[in-house]
Design a protein around this ligand. Sequence first.
Ligand code: NAD
Length: 354
Amino acid sequence: MGVFEMPEFDRHEEIVFHQDAGTGLRAIVAIHSTLLGPAAGGCRMWAYLSSSDAVSDVLRLSRGMSYKNAMANLAFGGGKAVIIADPKRPKTPELFEAYGRFVNSFGGRYITAEDVGTTTADMENVARQTRYVSGLARHAGDVGGDPGPKTALGVYLGLKAAVKFRLGRPDLQDLRVAVQGVGGVGYHLCRLLAQDGARLIVADVRAAATERAAEEWGAVVVAAQDIIHQDADVFAPCALGAILDAQSIPRLRAKVVAGAANNQLTLDRDGLALHSAGVLYAPDYVINAGGIINVFHEYHGVSSEAQVQAAIAGIPARLTDIFERSRRENRPTNAVADELARARIEVGHSRLVA
Ligand code: NAD
């Protein structure tokens, strides 16, 4: 199938492939929309099995960023980058410098940051070649740094709103939460949940990550393939996307899905399956916006930590609005969120050009 014909293409403005012979860099930048501002979204480093898998992923992620930034009220459009390489193998500064030159070639139409497989240290190397980068190591008193903990904060607040809405519970004491992936975001989410007395069930493909969760919070560790079907109140996906589908949804026992992973639904219709099964799904790009909110404030360099926290504190109210509309209109939450995001992009754009 050609790229224009892929369902994920969805009116992208621009897709650029880049190869740097000197460093072996192979990267793709996808710009879904610049209607609300420069396209912003992280750079994922992943050992894709084929370049068409990489294209499909970058397109899905970049459209998600348009919707995420619009729903978070940020003057950013949506874009994303992928580097096709195994992040577990040694990385060179030169590779990220080459990536920085690629980012720079967009002249500010695309702003990069870290994502799965890349770190603040990698972004420091990118920053040697371009100023269109955020998520850099934090300087004393500045806003910025690894967006993971801020994403976790937003997910924690959003999860509480979902629990209140679906389960009628005002707090998390003894609530059973199954967390898939205890990495950059999942670890900090577990910490916040444990502080509130939640009972954690965790899975990760890295034994060290689950061992730490068991040691620090008494989390119950289960095999990676079993986490979705645990007897839990909440399922919190914090690993990779496309984990909710026609096979996994019928076996889900939690009544709330609230987690950080991007593109949790394999297909849009999986949102309908969750809705029909009485599972409240917190749309991923609404609940996981804490990191990009942090990136936005860092990039513009004018905010305080308190302002960032206040912006993240807006996430639960946006989710509750979506949950209420979904109940009122008897429609899946993902359909409600997509409609709201598209409307925000159109209305915001007409205001900008008026
Ligand atoms: P990460 O790579 O630090 O952590 C992911 C964790 O998931 C790792 O510990 C990994 O070993 C584990 N994992 C991978 N496959 C797994 C599987 N099959 N089962 C269980 N565990 C598995 O990434 P992160 O930064 O924590 O991001 C997690 C998710 O949240 C990603 O989907 C990312 O796109 C999304 N997200 C992250 C941010 C952020 O600020 N970091 C912001 C928005 C969305």
